[in-house]
Design a binder for this molecule. Structure first.
Ligand SMILES: [Zn+2]
Length: 243
């Protein structure tokens, strides 16, 4: 390809690939605004005011705008999508998210997330695992990738999990890429908390679902072996011309 004609940024390529893979599983794409109400970003996701869990998200507040924030995750799109609609739902939501924190090799104040949500009369952790396995095998183009779930806490899911992916470089033998553990931390996931369903007017006795969030930058860094997240946002042609 003639690089002088312009081409897509690696993050755009990854997001397009993710959308294609999840479309194969019947997911449609939903979007929401980057400036979000505290209610959608926190309260309705079962993260009440003054709850210590809120400290998990370092937040940019909008000056002179009451109760508005730069969204700290793509989860508020779930709230917007579910409110006033009847399941079944099967959506993904890619987009920019923001955290008030110092930048380093693995942290940026702005990054991309992709959120997934399924709500139906019956879903299961097995379906969640199957969905994530399908996605990871496809995006990394590696049939041998496995996942493992570790119990974790996120206020909007119960039970909640950190999901690790088997190292795509060493097939679990241990290498510098996976810090010799054979596994790479990649996702947060879980069954949607009944309070979140109640908050959008759905009966948790009738409906259940699961949600997951994956760092788009992290996937791009793993797939393309980029070791500094900041490189993705500097517009340096020496990087972007490689795609
Ligand atoms: Zn490894």
């Amino acid at each position: 390809m003639d690089k002088n004609k312009g081409h897509l940024h690696p993050l755009t390529i990854i997001i397009q690939d993710m959308v294609t893979i999840f479309s194969e599983l019947g997911f449609s794409v939903a979007f929401g605004p980057e400036i979000e109400s505290e209610e959608n970003n926190f309260d309705l996701l079962n993260i009440p005011k003054d709850h210590p869990a809120r400290d998990m998200w370092d937040t940019f507040f909008i000056k002179n705008e009451e109760q508005k924030v730069l969204r700290t995750h793509t989860s508020p799109v779930q709230i917007r999508y579910m409110r006033g609609k009847q399941p079944p739902f099967r959506i993904i939501s890619p987009g920019k998210t923001f955290r008030y924190e110092a930048t380093d090799l693995t942290h940026e104040a702005q990054f991309f997330q992709l959120e997934g949500l399924i709500i139906d009369k019956k879903t299961s952790l097995a379906e969640l695992k199957g969905t994530l396995n399908y996605f990871l095998k496809k995006i990394f183009n590696n049939e041998n990738i496995e996942t493992r779930f570790r119990p974790s806490y996120f206020p909007f899911v119960e039970p909640g999990f950190e999901v690790d992916m088997s190292c795509s470089q060493c097939e679990k033998k241990g290498c510098s890429f996976c810090k010799q553990t054979g596994w790479i931390e990649l996702l947060g996931a879980g069954m949607v908390h009944p309070n979140v369903l109640k908050n959008v007017g759905l009966d948790p006795k009738k409906y259940q679902g699961f949600a997951f969030g994956v760092g788009v930058d992290r996937v791009a860094m793993l797939k393309y072996r980029i070791d500094d997240i900041r490189l993705l946002y500097q517009g340096d042609l020496r990087l972007v011309n490689q795609f």
